[in-house]
Design a protein around this ligand. Structure first.
Ligand code: G3P
Length: 216
């Protein structure tokens, strides 16, 4: 299973990359805006830290504009993947970019039908949003399970990036399904480490050691 970080914050990327936990990065316009920095500058800096797919999203809504933006972004580094929204224009752009060898991550996917269309159009990655579906009382993990089952039936060269992950149970849920990639926000990544019994256990080991040896 590959872990991507869902952030444009280079400090947090560096922090987890040093632990060998980062196989790629996903960003979106909101995450880039949060950093308050130049888009291309941030993306290019990220390519220096992580040697894996880095998703950069277009903001055009028509295929022609998406393709133009995609070409500019793809020119930044060979690891750049173009994130394109799941719309009719997005599908058109995906088809054209895929035929030219530019990898697309189809984003804002909320149903198995949309994921199937994305794979069929040639998207290299499909990003179902789990948390946002949960937000409207629909089971996001169940959507991902259906997408996993569909893609397993065919030979599309399309990996699932489980996105809009909000807590550790989302990560474990998609891992149990054999989902290829989870893109995890840094705060959720932090939570994956935590267990109170680990902290209590370590404290006890160190205290026992100190009592037995350090005070002699
Ligand atoms: O990158 C897209 C996605 O992961 C957004 O997550 O939490 O804003 O729904 P969220």
């Amino acid at each position: 299973m590959k872990f991507f970080l869902d952030t444009a914050n280079v400090e947090r990327i560096r922090y987890f990359a040093e632990m060998g936990l980062v196989d790629g990065i996903t960003t979106n316009p909101s995450l880039i805006a949060k950093e308050g920095r130049d888009f291309k500058e941030v993306i290019s800096q990220i390519t220096e830290i992580v040697d894996g797919p880095i998703s950069a999203e277009v903001v055009s809504t028509e295929a022609v504009g998406m393709i133009e933006e995609a070409r500019e972004l793809a020119a930044i580094h060979e690891n750049i993947v173009i994130k394109i929204p799941m719309t009719r224009e997005g599908i058109k752009a995906t088809h054209q970019l895929a035929s030219k060898g530019i990898r697309v991550n189809m984003t804002l996917v909320f149903s198995p039908a949309q994921a199937l269309l994305a794979a069929k159009a040639g998207a290299r990655y499909v990003s179902p949003f789990i948390g946002r579906l949960d937000d409207i009382s629909t089971d996001g993990l169940d959507m991902v399970a259906q997408i996993r089952a569909i893609l397993d039936n065919y030979d599309f060269e399309c990996e699932i990036i489980a996105a809009s992950i909000r807590h550790p149970l989302h990560v474990i849920g998609v891992a149990k399904m054999g989902v290829d990639i989870a893109t995890i926000p840094p705060d959720v990544m932090d939570k994956l480490f935590n267990h109170p019994l680990t902290d209590i256990g370590l404290e006890r080991f160190l205290k026992d050691w100190e009592n037995a040896f350090a005070k002699r």
